[in-house]
Design a protein around this ligand. Structure first.
Ligand code: TMP
Ligand code: MG
Length: 287
C-alpha cells in the first residue's frame, strides 16, 4: 500500500485505514458503493497553476452578459473565504452559505440562460476533471459499482462536464441543483431546494430509495473536499467498512490538522485521482 506513503498523503490512524481497506478488499466489488462530491473533488482546483471553474463559474465564464459575471464574482469573493475558513465552525458558516447560494441563484435567474447554451459554455470553460477520472469511472462501471455524485454545484453542468471530458455511465447518479427549463428551453430557475456545501446531510436522497436499494453494498468509499461532504452518505444503510478521502486543495497549512481529524485519508494539493484509483484497484484486484 505504498500509495499511502506519498508525502502529500496524510493519515491520522493508519491501522484503522488499513483495517477498513483490508475488509473492502476481502469483500470485493459486490459490496462496494462510492459517493463523491463534484467541484474540486472529481474536478480540478488548479490546472497548470490556474484556478479552474466550478460548476457555477462555468456559467460566469461566458455566454451571459458581462455584468452577470461581475456581480457573481463580487458575491463569490465575499463568501468563498468564509467557506474555506478553518477558524469558523460549520454552524457559523452555514447561514453565510445559505446567503451565498440564494444570492447566486437569484442573480442567475435574472439572465437569459437556455438549455442549448450549456454545451458550448462547458466546452469553452476552464472546468476540468482530475487526471485519472476516466480510469476511475471506467473501473467502477466495469465492475458495476454505483457512484453517487452529490454536489452543491449545478447538475446540468456536471452531466455536461462529465459527458464532454469522460463518460456518463448508467452506474452514475448525479444529485445536485438542477436547472428548470420551460418548454422552449429557457431557464426559469432551479427545480429543488438549494443544496449548499453544508446541508448535504439534509437532502431527500438520504430518505429516498437510493441508499435503501444499495443496503447490500455495505462498504463505502466517500470523497470530498469540504468538511460538509462528510455528511453525503448519511443515509447509507448497514455500513460495515467506510473510508473517507478528503482533498485539501488550498489553505493547506492552516487546515491540515482539522482535515486529518475528520477525513481518514487527506490528500494535499494533488490534481489527480492517483491515490483513489490505487485504492479502487486494490479493492477490485486490478493490476
Ligand atoms: P460541490 O458541492 O460540488 O463542491 O460544489 C460546491 C462549490 O461551488 C463550492 O465549493 C463553492 C462553489 N460555488 C461557486 O464557485 N460559485 C457560486 O456561486 C456558488 C453558489 C458556489
Ligand atoms: Mg467540492
Amino acid at each position: 500500500m505504498e500509495f499511502l506513503d506519498r508525502p502529500n498523503v496524510h493519515i491520522k490512524d493508519r491501522e484503522y485505514v488499513i483495517g477498513q481497506l483490508e475488509k473492502m478488499v476481502a469483500d470485493g466489488a459486490k459490496k462496494l458503493q462510492v459517493v463523491a462530491d463534484f467541484d474540486r473533488t472529481l474536478s480540478k482546483y488548479k490546472h497548470n497553476g490556474h484556478v479552474c471553474a466550478t460548476c457555477h463559474n462555468v456559467l460566469e465564464e461566458g455566454g451571459l452578459p458581462g455584468e452577470y459575471k461581475e456581480q457573481a464574482y463580487k458575491i463569490r469573493d465575499k463568501y468563498f473565504p468564509i467557506e474555506t475558513d478553518p477558524n469558523l465552525t460549520i454552524e457559523e458558516k452555514t447561514p453565510y452559505m445559505v446567503e451565498w447560494w440564494t444570492k447566486a441563484h437569484a442573480l442567475l435567474e435574472k439572465y437569459p440562460l437556455s438549455k442549448e447554451m450549456l454545451h458550448s459554455m462547458v466546452a469553452k470553460s476552464t472546468a476540468k476533471l482530475r487526471e485519472g477520472c476516466t480510469t476511475f469511472f471506467d473501473n467502477l462501471h466495469a465492475s458495476d459499482i454505483p457512484l453517487l455524485v452529490f454536489s452543491a454545484g449545478v447538475g446540468d453542468i456536471i452531466r455536461e462536464v462529465i459527458a464532454q471530458n469522460s463518460h456518463m455511465y448508467d452506474n452514475m447518479h448525479v444529485v445536485s441543483n438542477d436547472l428548470n427549463f420551460d418548454e422552449n428551453g429557457k431557464m426559469i430557475g432551479f427545480k429543488n431546494a438549494i443544496i449548499h456545501v453544508f446541508n448535504k446531510n439534509e437532502h431527500a436522497v438520504h430518505d429516498s430509495d437510493y441508499f435503501h436499494n444499495l443496503s447490500h453494498r455495505t462498504n463505502l468509499l466517500l470523497m470530498g473536499d469540504s468538511l460538509g461532504d462528510l455528511q453525503m452518505a448519511n443515509g447509507a444503510e448497514n455500513v460495515e467498512a467506510k473510508l473517507t478521502i478528503g482533498f485539501l486543495n488550498l489553505r493547506v497549512e492552516e487546515s491540515l490538522e482539522l482535515y486529518k481529524s475528520r477525513y481518514d485519508i487527506v490528500i494535499c494539493e494533488d490534481e489527480t485521482m492517483d491515490v483513489v484509483n490505487a485504492i479502487v484497484n486494490k479493492i477490485l484486484c486490478i493490476g
